[in-house]
Design a protein. Structure first.
Lengths: 476, 80
């Protein structure tokens, strides 16, 4: 993801990071203020009445293709689960979702002092390609085996980039890094620190002790033992394997300025292992006679992707006729999701202060040097996270406001921004650059070694906390 | 650039698109009709699980604290 975002500042426009922060914060503020203006008058603080938070009017302006099995046109309607004869078309919200992406690209272009007419045609095409990637990801076999949309967005970009290439007219719109940074600032609203304590001390210990250890050990193993030349590749692989898959890879990749090819490789590895672990781990837990709650915590702590964790928990729960594994698995993974902001911030500080330091450059203080290199958009990411976390804990009403804004708008918009961002990355990815590293098989070995450590430590910690120390707390 | 060389990139794109279309419109639906895959999909649908969720906010149901440990852990105001 390395580029020269400072070029915009030299043209008289805002720096890429500043534009991403302003747009991201404005979108989160818009969702919250519109949610507040439409607040319910009855049972406003009741989660039973509003399990997904207060309905947010902006939800009508954005959606994505629904799951389909035989014909892609099925993706354009929502079928009522209780009464399949009732269908609701979503074509307009999907088109509006694409329009939001074009709008973000247009706003970013203006803020950065670039030519708007040069960007719009390409932005429209990219939004359509993002829709195509979402459509591919919505096929039921793909969707229910957790092959997430970034993979297909990359594929769409790669196919075009490596056949007909990227035309000159499209180049101004290829702002994948900007879209991902803006998406991360919006994503901050979903990273609620208060969720960290959702399972109390056992959940906290399982996530907060094991995850940082696995991340640091895997990174150091890759850099110092395996001698992988790219430190950012080691960091992205370590983060996506130890924290929570693609979302962690995106956040840390942006924080350590990883190359597009490195991020693509890490995401590909993560998704392939996620599918395998989702299928293999539930029967293994049952075969090994592991306690269902410990098994659920183990699934939550080890499988990379959130959706796959819940799917594996449900598979285990069905085998054991027990709903607790899925509940514990999902909640442990949610706690890990909530760590992304802190991990990304720590990685950005470490990279700016130590890894990226130019020893031959002018002697300045460590803090000044680190600040100069620090990816400032991380502050926007952390900022939206802190504000939404604070709102979430202030009162039940505001917690429901935040949940409604996230579920109804920011989460969907973030998905579109990431999706189109990955299409841009696919269009610009040159896998030849990674060929020597790939051929050596070292990234795969690093992932396997790190995941083996993750599996061992997570099982030990889940057994210690959920199976022994706090067994009475988690027993109904 | 000769005639063939000029249209080769376009032909490559058409070929790639044909392969992708065949996979998504023929192969994947056929795989979806396999009994084991169909069972998995039905289980997930019946439990409202979205395995493709990247983060918890994309799940059909927010993974709030399980009710069976609620009485032991009261940490944040999450509604009545």
């Amino acid at each position: 993801m390395a580029a020269d975002p400072g070029a915009d500042a030299r043209r008289g426009g805002l720096h890429e990071d500043s534009a991403a922060i302003l747009i991201g914060v404005a979108l989160v503020a818009l969702a919250l203020s519109i949610g507040w203006s439409g607040r319910p008058t009855v049972d406003a603080g009741s989660r039973k009445a509003f399990p997904k938070g207060w309905p947010n009017p902006l939800a009508a302006t954005i959606d994505k293709p629904q799951t389909w099995s035989e014909a892609p046109k099925q993706a354009l309607v929502v079928v009522d689960k209780k009464d399949p004869s009732k269908v609701k078309p979503v074509s307009i919200p999907i088109l509006l979702g694409m329009t939001w992406v074009v709008g973000v690209l247009a706003a970013g272009t203006l803020m950065r002092g670039r030519s708007l007419p040069a960007v719009i045609p390409g932005a429209v095409l990219l939004a359509i390609l993002g829709g195509l990637a979402y459509l591919m990801a919505a096929q039921k076999v793909i969707n229910y085996y957790n092959l997430e949309y970034p993979l297909w967005a990359l594929l769409v970009g790669l196919v075009i980039g490596n056949t007909i290439g990227v035309g000159k007219w499209l180049e101004p719109a290829l702002q994948g890094e900007f879209l991902i940074k803006a998406g991360l600032v919006v994503f901050g609203a979903e990273v609620l620190f208060s969720r960290l304590l959702e399972l109390g001390l056992p959940g906290l210990l399982t996530s907060w002790v094991v995850t940082p250890i696995v991340l640091v050990v895997t990174y150091l193993f890759g850099v110092h033992w395996m001698k992988i030349p790219s430190k950012s590749l080691c960091m992205v692989i370590s983060a996506d394997m130890s924290v929570c898959g693609v979302s962690a890879a995106i956040a840390t990749g942006a924080a350590c300025k990883a190359k597009k090819e490195e991020l693509s490789l890490a995401i590909g590895l993560s998704l392939l292992f996620t599918v395998a672990m989702m299928v293999v781990m539930p029967p293994f837990i049952q075969w090994a006679g592991i306690d269902p709650i410990v098994g659920g915590a183990w699934l939550g702590g080890t499988i990379d992707a959130t959706g796959a964790v819940v799917a594996a928990g449900e598979m285990l729960g069905k085998q054991l006729d027990d709903k607790r594994p899925a509940e514990v698995a999902a909640t442990v993974k949610m706690i890990q999701n909530s760590m992304i902001g802190i991990i990304a911030f720590a990685v950005a500080v470490y990279w700016a202060g130590w890894v990226d330091r130019d020893a031959s450059g002018p002697k300045t203080s460590l803090v000044a040097e680190a600040w100069r290199r620090f990816p400032k958009f991380i502050l926007g990411f952390i900022g939206t996270s802190i504000v939404c976390s604070w709102l979430f804990t202030t009162s039940p009403e505001l917690a429901l406001l935040v949940d409604g804004a996230i579920q109804g708008f920011t989460s969907r918009l973030r998905g579109w921004l990431f999706c189109v961002g990955f299409v841009c990355m696919g269009l610009q990815t040159i896998f030849r650059e990674l060929a020597p590293t790939l051929a050596s098989g070292r990234p795969l070995i690093l992932y396997c070694v790190g995941q083996a450590l993750n599996l061992a430590l997570s099982l030990a910690m889940a057994s210690l906390t959920f199976g022994w120390l706090f067994k009475q707390v988690v027993t109904p | 650039m000769t005639g063939l060389a000029a249209i080769l990139p376009g032909l490559r794109l058409l070929f790639a698109m044909a392969i992708l279309a065949a996979v998504w419109l023929v192969v994947l639906p056929a795989i979806g009709r396999n009994p084991a895959v169909d069972r998995h999909v039905r289980l997930m649908e019946s439990r409202d699980v979205n395995p493709a969720a990247m983060v918890y906010t994309e799940l059909e149901h927010l993974p709030l604290r399980p009710a069976w440990i609620e009485s032991h852990l009261v940490l944040w105001p999450t509604g009545n």
